[in-house]
Design a protein around this ligand. Sequence first.
Ligand code: SF4
Length: 377
Amino acid sequence: MAGIYLHIPFCKTRCIYCDFYSTTKIKEKDHYISALCKELRTRKLYLENEPVETIYFGGGTPSQLSLKDFEKVFRTIEETYGLDQCKEITLEANPDDLHPEYIKEISSLPFNRISIGIQTFNDQVLCLLKRRHTSAQAIQAINDCRSAGFQNISIDLMYGLPEENRKSWEADLKQAIDLNVEHISAYHLIYEEGTPLYEMLCKQIVKEVDEESSVDFFDLMIEKLTKAGFQHYEISNFCLPGKYSQHNSSYWTGKKYLGCGPSAHSYNGDTRQWNVSSLDQYITKVEAGIPFFDTENLNITTRYNDYVITSLRTMWGLSLTHLKDTFGSELHQYCLKNAEIYLKTGKLEIQNNILFLSKEGIFISDGIMSSLLWVEN
Ligand code: SF4
């Protein structure tokens, strides 16, 4: 089983913290949709004929596309890969695009999951971050999607925002829980170099939250969301039972995926590929039929490292049996030897031959994962 990711690189305006590849050149949309459909047709063999079970329109802002654009892309996917076996088709959307007429249009398409970029319900912070919606619009958008029949709604939140304190983060979590959504992704704000927000940090216009507060916010999030019935199934992701993101989980469980559009990544177990991060170059190269992606061939140690990084982040954990069978005794022993210190200190646990991060381990997950990685001498 495999997945398809479609990167829709258009944004009406740029949020000041964002370092994803996106552009405001919406006038290129028609050209882009044609190039995207061509990529879908020409890279079919990358998935080695595995049936496609998840499709994810991410961005950028996929809700900048029109009904006609989506129909064209879905027609291409149906003709090239088929949609029969597809269990989950997600649209990432911004609240300001989700007006009732648009929701009606997208609900006529094969989407069965919608992921809404909310970030916070604090209007002042939304304004500071140059998001294009208000808290009221976000709440209205969720309610309208629900009324239109969407039964699987996810929202994105951010924490560690400028001026955030325990009380304001708790208010965001409460509002999120009250909306009765099926899935919540929550990421700590990162001040990425090169973004306007990073500049503001350097000029001391905004201040980073301290480490103690970050840990406290993370702890509070786990406490509030699990108490509300959410499963903490991946470091930054929570869902009601059974409602985990099947598409994103396929990244963490080693399934094949094809990523189309500028900056999209693909993986099929043997190689990893990444498309050029430029809309103009992407369109020109796809149209001319010349290579628009780089490739890395994966050897046993890069595949072992991928397995460690992806499996440990999830509640399903790292299967030591799978590790031994797939990567051999040497890497199995190497993993256990490096895990020893964390097992002794209770940061890692083993149950039924599966290695997990403990609650304390989640706080230092990056450090634990990197010490289990194989480093070439
Ligand atoms: S809408 Fe999303 S992709 Fe676009 S600038 Fe904002 S955060 Fe980045």
